[in-house]
Design a binder for this molecule. Sequence first.
Ligand code: ADP
Length: 628
Amino acid sequence: MRADPIQRAIDEDLVRVLYAQDPIAFFSHWFSIAVLVAIYWPNIPSPHLFIACFGFYAAANCGSLALWICNRRYPQLVSPRGWIYLHALRGVLLYSAPGLAVWFAFQSPHSDLPLLHTVLLVTLAAGVFMSNGFDLLNFSTAIPFLLFPSIVLHFGTHTFDRTILAVVLAFFFCAINVYALSYRKLFQRVVQARVDQQYLAESLAAQKRVAEEASLAKTRFFAAASHDLRQPLHAIGLLAASLNDPATTASQHAKTAEHIVYNVEALNQLFNQVLDLARLESGVTQVIRLHFRLSELFERIGSQYRPQAAAKGLALRIAPTSVVVHDDPVLLERVLSNLVSNAVRYTEDGAIWLGFRRSGRLSGGFVEVRDSGIGIPGAEQQRIFEEFYQVANPQRDARQGHGLGLPTVKRLVTMLGGELSLRSAPGRGSVFRFPVQEGDASGIVTSLSESVTSGPSAQGQRVLCIDDEPSILEGLASLLGRWGCEVRGARDEGGALAVLQSGFVPDAVLCDYQLANHRTGAQALTAVRNMLARAGHEGVVTLLITGDMASTELAALALQGIPVLHKPVTPARLRRTLDMLWQQAELDKGRAVVGREGREGLAGGGRRAEPGDTSHDAAGEPQSESQN
Ligand code: ADP
């Protein structure tokens, strides 16, 4: 049997067509009863049996009409399949009487009675083919009753012409079965096409609804974003104009400048939050899972938010845990920062708890951020995950946030493969929780509390920079030079290959994404990598830098694990990323050696290489990060 919805649709159509013919069949059977009684009338054989047989036939015909009425009046009484079974049962009862009654003809001295009766049976069989042929059950429960007794009895006469008649009847039986088979297939194809069309129409309608909702959400997003971006801009404009007023004193100037700086910072923060969200949406953010101690991440969050909590008289409590998790520490830190800063913001007294809970079913457990704050009403618990939605900030005061934290958190948790859940009641605080995967202590490569710059130093590293903008090349060369790197610059792919041909073997290649002549950084990096690989230099660190956010190619690069940094790139981010990439490359080299030795049976104990570990989350760092 087929998948449920299609089979059900076929059944419903079958019920409709099977029962549609029944009133006509009712009159045809009365006609058949009348004809049979008329031909037997002058000399009815075995009268009692005859009356019983034809009484049964008439009753079955009335029962058939009653079934039709029931189906019309109470279609929900049984399932479509149930109606089909009932119709087949009606067929058995209705067609067995005329089929078996042919026996009376063979009891009669009139030799033409069997022929007359057989002609009537063939007519009834043709009717069954037309009205029930598209359902195997209804067809196969009626036709044998109509034709088999006749075939057998004609054969039993052992006369030549009756034997021929029996053969013809048998042939007729086979032929209508074959025709019924193609009839059924045709019927199923028609129903299938109708159902497919209906599904298509429904799914198109659903897609249209989704597209309309998305467009509405986008409109709301832009309306709120432009409002929130305009506010500080407007304030900056007014404040800047007041600076030109000759009547203002020096102290007023200083105050105005302070306000301008405050508004610029607010603008910058909002801009970065919007960019963060856009980057998550565009799918270029990479998830890099590492094994690390959750307590170290909790401590980082604790040291960041304890002063804010203490300033409000709140306690920030961190439950001790020794669990090692396998997750992306950078993304997880962004999730926790948002949740804990909200908890501090929306709690006036009491405490905030940050902790890990084991789960019975999952390997791992849940991270929970709990507060004793104002809580969130049930009706708002869905909406707070919409962009720019805030429960109680109708004036859209920028100091009370912008409503972008939770949408970002929700997307991040989904990216990490979990689901964010919320329990909250007004006045009774809130609990946000999400799952984390359990890790392996032997897989820990670096402590989160260690500074990344304690990895391989930039001093003496050779870096090849590719950018079609000379001022950027100059800036990069001077910055990397200050870090002690040996730098070569190239304006395009050809220039980069020429640098390699001159014998320069880089430890890292930094490349802009959009190059001149419609070439991309990805193409340039591939060419550089290939040339280095041919010369036997595998595993050189490569890094793309781009201002592009929505390119599908960038999303594909992110999926392949090619590190991407988004402009504007601060020196601190570039340094941190390069250090981490070099550190990762060192580890990979070490692992390759251990792997080789392991294969040769000399040593074991190296960390298992895992898919996410070989790439680095350059793009996973928050846009808003200003130092590190
Ligand atoms: P923001 O905090 O910047 O306004 P969020 O997206 O982080 O934006 O939160 C959206 C809204 O959800 C907030 O305006 C606030 O009303 C509500 N909210 C978030 N976290 C909490 C919390 N811990 N307690 C009470 N309300 C909260």
